[in-house]
Design a protein around this ligand. Sequence first.
Ligand SMILES: Cc1ncc(COP(=O)(O)O)c(C=O)c1O
Length: 420
Amino acid sequence: MLSYRIFAKFSPSRQEVGQATLAFFQLYSFRRRAPSQVDSGGRVSQFCPVSAIGRRPARRAAAANGDFLVNFASDNTAAVAPGIMDALLRANDGFALGYGNDALTRDVEKRIGELFECDAAVFLVPTGTAANALSLAHVTPPWGGVLCHEQAHIMSDECGAPEFFGGGLKLIGLRGAGCKLTRDTVAGAIARYSGHVPHQVNASALSITQATEAGTVYRVDEIAAMSEVAHAHGLAVHMDGARFANALARMNVTPAEATWKAGVDVLSFGATKGGAMAAEAVVFFDREQADFMPERRKRAGHLLSKHRFLAAQFEGYLNDGYWLALARHANAMADRLADGLRACGVPIVWPVDANIVFALLPQALDAKLKAAGAAYYVRPKTLAGDDVAIAPDQMLVRLVTSFATVESEIEKFASLVQSG
Ligand SMILES: Cc1ncc(COP(=O)(O)O)c(C=O)c1O
């Protein structure tokens, strides 16, 4: 009772709470963002025009608390892109209907359809795993098979989510240089996984990753050739577009040309790796293929109650081509990184098509770089398959850039490699 009275006496009006919250965020944003327009070397990055991708989130200096001197571990180690955080803050006002029935969600769904130049059915979810698993479950019967690269994220990094949500569907891993499949590989697998019913799993869908796990990008003609053979045999075509923006930024084509016009039926359109906090869109290019997808998403626990915050992230991401500006920057940083490593004599494994660089580092140099505070992942040599000859003392390392990477990090890393 006493506490209630004290609260009642001092409780501010809703307007006051709103003003105080806004003031807090403005102060917080100012304090966090002030140093962000210049890199840690004090220069504005030539690949980081403030007008194009906005402020860079502030970072603390390297310390024993988990920060690194340079961080190429993944694009999800970056913070949220400022334009997306701003959109979240704008959405953080007043009331909005839940479960996607709000105006912002409707608007974003419409905008995604416009972006892809079709009447798309769009479902926002918070993770790429959910987007992939639910898409694949929707286009594949539980007794069907999904053809994919043997190194695909759905195959090796989603803890069986596609199989689980797909009621037991089977992922069929195929080989291919640079983590890419070809028309011939797909045709061969379809021949292998057709017929002998009801005994064997039949291929029901094809899933390709854009950009691939090797950082390579499928060109439109490659997608079209695989889609053609898949459709001819009744398979649906899914694209895991966790880094769709990076791929598109590299190619001079439209989102429609890179997807449904080349035969893609359903896309996991990622925003998280590109700078969002947690937002992906499942995009069905033919609305009729999305029947009962609302129920599938809900049943899987992926229909967010405060859905407007998913939509807000896409609003910020898509505004004024922000998503492509962020991706172009990340790609440019990867190019710069690969050039810097090549100049030091480090072999680069696959074409750098997106924001991922694979390199071969001597073991001793790897240890030195790690000790100096460089973050990146060493990948199993098996990832390279038969494509690449790797010497016993070499390590296959993956370096990922993001919208937040600045040139000074590349330079620091290159000079560590040089002095190694
Ligand atoms: C190619 C690819 N697809 C899907 C995902 C899954 O995203 P999430 O970690 O949000 O589930 C990732 C994440 O690393 C990825 O790299």
